[in-house]
Design a protein around this ligand. Structure first.
Ligand SMILES: Nc1nc(=O)c(N)c(NC[C@H](O)[C@H](O)[C@H](O)COP(=O)(O)O)[nH]1
Ligand SMILES: [Zn+2]
Length: 199
């Protein structure tokens, strides 16, 4: 049977497909899961929240929307979202996301890795927060070149794992807006060329 990780990443992919296509970012989906902290104990998994790119106003990333949705549902500010996380004895909190969380953003907005790290720092309960991140592709170099997300997670002591198997589907959905933009650019160029010729 398909691994649990792939099952969750497929769900993240259906979330990513809800994201409006833009040439300036990727369409990504994320979900937050509470799991028993014993090996392969996925039967009691609890879905805590979901999110996708641009779901919420303010040029939001999928991971950002996922945390914002949880915070809003539990009536806490985003920076204190971990205070509303369920008690964790014997549990761990996992973030599944189709693409590696960003370490830097061209817009200058707070990168998702910092938001993930913040869940472990700003919570009153010291060992609260996100324990591990699963993603289906590394961030392509389109906007920021060599991605720093994984390195930053490791430096902050947060585990992460690349889950192979859905790369093509994830990248196709993520870059939908890039293709449209390229097509439009090509059409414009063709248009200009036609004008040139007919002058
Ligand atoms: N993991 C992830 N989830 C997302 O929801 C998303 N859109 C990206 N995208 C990463 C990419 O590096 C940034 O989208 C660009 O750097 C532009 O930055 P803004 O998005 O405008 O802040 N990455
Ligand atoms: Zn991000």
């Amino acid at each position: 049977p398909e691994s649990t990780h792939l099952k969750y990443l497929r769900k993240c992919l259906t979330l990513a497909e809800k994201s409006p296509a833009r040439p300036t970012n990727f369409r990504v989906g994320a979900l937050l899961v509470l799991r028993d902290d014993t090996p392969n104990a996925t039967a009691d998994d609890k879905l805590l929240s979901t999110g996708y790119t641009l779901e919420l106003p303010g040029n939001t990333h999928a991971e950002q929307s996922c945390l914002l949705n949880y915070a809003a549902t539990h009536k806490v500010y985003e920076e204190n979202v971990a205070d509303a996380f369920p008690a964790k004895e014997g549990k761990k909190i996992l973030l599944y996301v189709t693409m590696e969380p960003c370490g830097v953003r061209l817009s200058g907005n707070t990168p998702c890795v910092k938001r993930i790290i913040q869940t472990r720092q700003n919570s009153t309960d010291v060992n609260n927060g996100i324990d591990k991140v699963y993603f289906g592709v590394k961030e392509p170099g389109t906007f920021v070149g060599e991605s720093q997300g994984c390195k930053m997670l490791t430096a902050a002591g947060i585990q992460w794992e690349f889950v192979p198997g859905l790369e093509n589907e994830i990248l196709a959905v993520a870059t939908e807006g890039h293709k449209q933009a390229n097509k439009k650019q090509e059409a414009d160029e063709r248009g200009r060329n036609v004008d040139e010729v007919s002058k």
